[in-house]
Design a protein around this ligand. Structure first.
Ligand code: PBG
Length: 321
């Protein structure tokens, strides 16, 4: 039936009618708050590239996690800033590292908070790459797997509810799964950053986490943003290796992939609205609240069950009003 019998505006007439037929919800439980933890810090220190986001001491991270719980967020994801970096990134698997200390403290203070930990080496290596290097400066995939698995086990030992490898080495989900199982953590799920594009939208994060590569870039391991079919292959491999949740990243540049991954796999799908997406909205002269909620809704509409976003706390508050 066409116009004039059909008038789509009829159901747009009032806020109540629009609410009645709204297809997509963004709820606090869908949102995960990233937290940057630096154990040496006193309190919190703002990150210049990300207005409104700070690095936190362990105590401050616990307070943030408490707020996340009070707001009904789905969880927090922890990133660590180490006290020292080395070639291998050894603080990544230090049981006394920033992520491990924060995970333990958060689970002790707020056991109900879902604590996810980012598993990668780039914040911890002196060269800033996500794996260990060969003599020629290239990233050694297979040698990195053991270190990543060791890191994931250390996070699990600290009480992480979920580990989230973001390094993009081939085979790391399987390596982490095997090591977790062998160490008695068969019940700790893996949220894999499966389709992670090499993106300019990560640059504020690299200031936040001090993880800019000292030379070169990440295109040798992160995906070419031009490739969608390959993104599906990455996801399928991670599922075959034991991923429990798959992630697509960034979010706004990959709405088509979020959709395809959801359709294809029926897995729980996470999308990461990354630092540059946040900063772009936050520093624009437009209405940041409206932009944040519109983009989060679009990411959910594309098929994301979970959205990792620096807007998580703000969005929960906005959604409640
Ligand atoms: C670590 C990691 C990065 C992000 C999440 N985990 C940085 C990168 O890959 O360069 C980016 C998150 C963001 O930009 O908000 N590998």
């Amino acid at each position: 039936m066409a116009f004039p019998q059909t008038r789509l505006r009829r159901l747009r007439r009032t806020p109540e009618l629009r609410s009645l037929v709204r297809e997509t919800d963004v709820l606090p439980r869908h949102l995960v708050l990233p937290l940057f933890v630096e154990a040496e810090l006193e309190g919190s220190r703002p990150i210049d590239a990300m207005p409104g986001v700070s690095r936190h001491s362990v105590d401050a991270a616990v307070a943030e996690a408490g707020e996340a719980a009070a707001l009904g967020l789905g969880g927090v994801i922890l990133f660590g800033i180490p006290s020292a970096k080395d070639e291998q990134g050894s603080e990544a698997w230090d049981d006394g590292g920033a992520v491990q200390l924060a995970a333990r403290a958060i689970k002790a203070a707020h056991p109900e908070v879902v604590v996810i930990t980012d598993v990668c080496l780039c914040e911890y290596t002196s060269h800033g790459h996500c794996g260990v290097l060969r003599d020629d400066g290239s990233v050694d995939n297979d040698a990195s797997l053991e270190l990543l698995a060791r890191t994931a086990v250390s996070h699990a030992r600290a009480g992480a509810d979920l580990v989230a490898p973001s390094d993009m080495m081939d085979g790391r989900v399987g390596a982490i799964r095997r090591e977790l199982d062998a160490e008695g953590f068969a019940e700790v799920p893996i949220m894999a950053y499966s389709a992670k594009h090499a993106s300019a939208f990560y640059s504020p994060f690299r200031d936040a986490a001090d993880s800019t590569p000292a030379f070169g870039d990440r295109r040798g391991y992160q995906m070419d943003p031009a490739n969608g079919d390959e993104a599906l292959r990455e996801v399928e491999l991670d599922v075959a290796e034991g991923a429990d949740i798959v992630m697509v990243k960034p979010a706004l540049t990959t709405l088509d992939l979020i959709w395809r991954v959801k359709e294809r796999t029926r897995m729980p799908v996470a999308a990461y609205q990354v630092s540059g997406e946040y900063a772009m909205i936050k520093t624009s002269s437009m209405d940041d609240r409206a932009l944040a909620l519109e983009t989060l809704t679009a990411i959910r509409r594309a098929g994301a069950d979970i959205v990792i976003t620096y807007f998580a706390k703000d969005a929960a508050r906005w959604l409640a009003t």
